[in-house]
Write a protein that binds this ligand. Structure first.
Ligand SMILES: [Zn+2]
Length: 264
């Protein structure tokens, strides 16, 4: 079986396992990951975390939108924090000993996973988005807090309602008039300190899987000679990626979002 077929088979197996294990607090067909298309007209969420508690990690991706071409399949960088409050400097530069894609010089971008409470579905979801959009979200976040603090010095947006909306090639937050029912308010309060496992949400593949992805990179988009150092490392790989358990954890894979990605 060719590498292509083997990879396809692994994806299918992953998909099957995912369908079997998916938690059921979201309606069928709704992803834990908020899709860009849901935000066209704005969607109502309750803020669960201050931006200082937002999880950041890195993603390797290299593609073009017009024409739509994928040079390297999108995947999480193994040289990424595994939890919130990580040392930003530590991960700012590629980790050539921890991640085959970093070693091969594949394009690397900073991403954030922002946890939000979806008032329609009554549970938490995540907005997995890149640095540029997060800058704009934080700017809007701070503006809402600043305005509210003119009237109440102790105001915090945590636990309050916002509309997350697509806006002029990026995203923004606006304050919302939605009245939170008491029962929902209790649920949100309990959820605020009960953070999810961000390692699972970011979906880190094994070193072998990342090597296989870089092997498939389009000509000129990765230095494949750098992969030699990572081949056959197997379970001895020097990374804290969750080896062996990565297949079953992510409810919906990042890659599923690709068609939903915007050209910016
Ligand atoms: Zn990397």
């Amino acid at each position: 079986m060719s590498i292509r077929d083997q990879l396809k088979k692994r994806e299918q197996e992953r998909e099957e396992r995912k369908n079997q294990t998916q938690e059921s607090d979201l309606p069928e067909g709704v992803s834990r990951y908020i899709q860009n298309r849901e935000l066209k007209d704005g969607r109502t969420f309750i803020i669960l975390d201050d931006p200082d508690d937002w999880y950041f990690y890195y993603v390797h991706e290299d593609s073009s939108f017009s024409p739509r071409e994928t040079y390297v399949k999108k995947h999480s960088c193994l040289h990424s924090p595994r939890d919130i409050h990580a040392n930003f400097e530590k991960y700012a530069r590629p980790g050539k000993s921890a991640c085959p894609s970093c070693a091969a010089g594949v394009k690397r971008k900073l991403y954030f996973i922002v946890r939000l409470f979806d008032v329609e579905y009554g549970t938490w979801r995540v907005f997995d988005t890149k640095e540029f959009h997060v800058l704009n979200l934080i700017e809007a976040y701070d503006k809402i807090e600043k305005t509210a603090r003119k009237f109440n010095k102790n105001y915090s947006l945590i636990g309050d309602v916002v509309t997350l909306r697509k806006s002029d090639k990026t995203f923004t937050l606006e304050s919302s008039d939605f009245e939170v029912p008491a029962e929902m308010s209790e649920k949100v309060k309990a959820m605020i300190d009960d953070r999810p496992n961000y390692t699972d949400l970011a979906y880190f593949r094994s070193v072998d899987d990342v090597v296989a992805i870089v092997e498939e990179a389009a000509e000129g988009h990765a230095d494949k000679s750098a992969l030699a150092a990572f081949r056959n490392q197997g379970a001895d790989a020097k990374t804290d990626a969750p080896q062996g358990k990565d297949d079953s954890v992510k409810p919906i894979e990042n890659d599923g979002d690709r068609l939903d990605n915007l050209p910016f």
